[in-house]
Design a protein around this ligand. Sequence first.
Ligand code: AMP
Length: 574
Amino acid sequence: MIVGIDLGTTNSLIAVWEGVAPRLIPNGLGEVLTPSCVSLDKDDTVIVGRAARDRLQTHPERTAAVFKRHMGSDRMIRLGKRDFRAEELSALILRSLKEDAEAALGHPVTEAIITVPAYFSDAQRKATRAAGQLAGLRVERLLNEPTAAALTYGIHLRDQESKFLVFDLGGGTFDVSVLDLFEGVMEVRASAGDNFLGGEDFLDCLIEQFFEQNKLPARLKKDAKFMQRLTAQCEIAKRRLSDSPQASIRLSHDKAEYAMDLDEPALERYCAPLLARLRDPVEQALRDANLAAAELDSIVLAGGATRMPVVRRMVARMFGRTPASDINPDEVVALGAAVQAGLKMKDAALDEIMMTDVSPYSLGIEVSKQLADGSYSRGHFDSIIERNSAIPVSRVKCYFPLGEQQSYIDLAIFQGEARMANDNISLGVLRIPLPGGPQHQRGVDVRFTYDINGLLQVEATILKTQETHALLIEGNAGVLSDTDIAARFEQLSDLKIHPRDRLEYRTLLARGERLYQELRGREREWLGQQVLLFERLLDSQDMRLIQKNRSAFEEMLNEVERQDFLNPATESIQ
Ligand code: AMP
């Protein structure tokens, strides 16, 4: 059985193909969205999901979120006394989802299809695959998120012909894909996007506004607890604006009260630069697909941030019509990953469906160009695989060294669209030894092969000797080697994971601790007592008593959260 996983910046989901349709699998709390947050408890036990998200506020130094943004980099994220790479934290999320699926299906889960933003680079994709390996999963395929969303949509429309655009604005990334569905073949015609644009940027924008309007000193940004509380309040307000006209943020700090009132027009004003950035990728994808907006049959929304009315209005303005939103934008990607799992398992119900995808960016190397006066200009980007080529794709180009004395060629590999190599993303450098002899015999054929997972392989053949080097891209600190992965797998195996059957209680406790921090005075004192009692009860491990008191404790927390004195936007984050 292969599972489909949407490993999101904010939330992650797991789904399976069940004969006729994909199905989402709930976590230990009965919820299908597992917040992509990891925390270490006081005894270094790993807590994943909702409880970890509450601990962002109460224990920011032991908790991490939004680490998908650091995939493919060598940045370390400190939790307590341990340092983690983003792929290790992602692996802990995957491990938790895997356990949820195993509990629901009643058998081990070892294979998965994991979705990635279409715009994820080679290093980010490799990091995602490594995260799967670290979680004990064989990654059958990395699937582009908008392609996954399109698969879910395409299954609904399987008997129709349709051209549609998937507009996928998640927590951290923005992807656009244009698709063509005909006779069961779903063809991605073009993809474009922005790896650093998502709902989290709208959140940052609100945080900045709060600082500005309340004239808060910049040094407060270093106060992790204050920032976590402000972030949580801004997130609630941002979501509240998705279904009511107004929201406000109130926060006390050092005996002072700070506030900001928000409505839709204000949000639109503050976030105008972000909204403007949505336009370019849409235009580029349409241009590359050779389609006009009017030729599209529909616009499909994916990603939680498309719930924002300012975003929907922007989409409606761009296309002159309302986007389709009949499939839940939070779930559409995970469901599509499960459809792909069904395809991979050759499920009979999906017999007539075929899917083709593209490379969303150009891939090439740095070259020098000869000018009319015979001089050379260095540092240019020369693409070998052009963006939006159907994948898998393999292309070859021949390159010659500049000088006769040169005993090797350094192939500097880049991805991107910029004219100058250094303005693109570096994927690594490869050194190829050159034979002696006349210049025209010293050429090297460079073959780029880009597979369906979006992973690149480079092969260089020296013309004179026909010697071929199958080359691995190295020298990229963001990519773990197989040996590193094996070592880190061992280290992660040492970590204790919070037992699944107790997760519900641990989550309640984390919520109690968060609410305690938000209260003041007598209410705080009182809640502190209740939390302490519940904590003692959990320590006693007396399951009968824990069960008996659980509902009362939860109801009390609900009651506290409903009180307006906590915050004016009283809903909790879903
Ligand atoms: P995803 O990565 O698809 O899970 O998207 C998560 C992003 O969607 C986060 O930035 C959330 O803040 C945002 N989001 C989720 N629900 C809402 C909502 N109701 N209103 C506004 N933004 C939302």
